[in-house]
Ligand binder design. Structure first.
Ligand code: GAR
Length: 213
């Protein structure tokens, strides 16, 4: 399956997806000069920067994204540090085939700086969520979640690092599981038919009861 990875940060998740042998046909960044573009370049991947500021509306930005995605015959999309909401038309064009990874246990701490939000709130657990993208903001059906403890002396940096380690382990196997049709979406619920391969906490992340069906 040919994926586009939408980025805007350091690109550590893009690197992890490549390490898990995802076929990445295009990398799109919403920011110039980010590490993710260097990762794309280092791997010889097609990449482009589409800056939201150059467009008058979310819809126009979406049209530019779709043009790039369609030109490259992209089948599915993984957001990895892409800090923009997609417009309805783009979501509809790849309905059920757009995933996002977010550094909290949604629906807690959606939006920007989820790690800082968790620290400021004083939660003892936060985590990682992989969800399908719908027209809302961090609101699509949840595919997998892994909790991460917040330690007493955590800083944003130390907690981010612990969260990133989990993200790198789980995103690739979940997207590979999607390719293998290991789960189905029923309304808001994602029902897993098989465990995640290649991630030791797989059954935990996807829900043990669901795996046992
Ligand atoms: C990741 O932690 C990802 O969960 C987060 O951006 C980071 C990108 O890191 N995404 C969001 O906060 C989305 N709302 P990376 O560029 O090193 O992959």
């Amino acid at each position: 399956m040919k994926w586009a990875v939408l980025v805007g940060g350091k690109g550590s998740n893009l690197q992890a997806l490549l390490d898990h042998s995802l076929e990445v046909g295009l990398v799109i960044s919403h920011r110039e000069g980010v590490g993710a573009l260097q990762v794309a370049e280092a791997h010889g991947l097609a990449h482009t920067t589409i800056l939201p500021g150059a467009f008058g509306s979310r819809a126009e930005y979406g049209q530019a994204l779709r043009d790039a995605l369609e030109r490259t015959h992209i089948e599915a999309i993984a957001l990895a540090g892409f800090m923009r909401w997609l417009d309805g038309e783009t979501v509809a064009a790849w309905s059920g085939k757009i995933f996002n990874i977010h550094p909290s246990l949604l629906p807690a701490f959606g939006g920007m700086n989820a790690v800082g939000q968790a620290l400021a709130h004083g939660v003892r657990w936060t985590g990682v969520t992989i969800h399908l993208v719908d027209e809302g903001e961090d609101s699509g059906p949840i595919v997998a979640q892994v909790p991460v403890p917040v330690l007493g002396d955590d800083t944003e940096e130390s907690l981010s690092e612990r969260i990133h380690r989990i993200e790198h382990q789980i995103y690739g196997p979940v997207l590979k599981a999607f390719e293998a049709e290991s789960f189905g979406v029923h309304g808001r619920r994602v029902i897993w038919r098989h465990d995640i391969e290649g991630f030791e906490g797989g059954r935990y992340a996807v829900g043990i009861d669901q795996c046992d069906r």
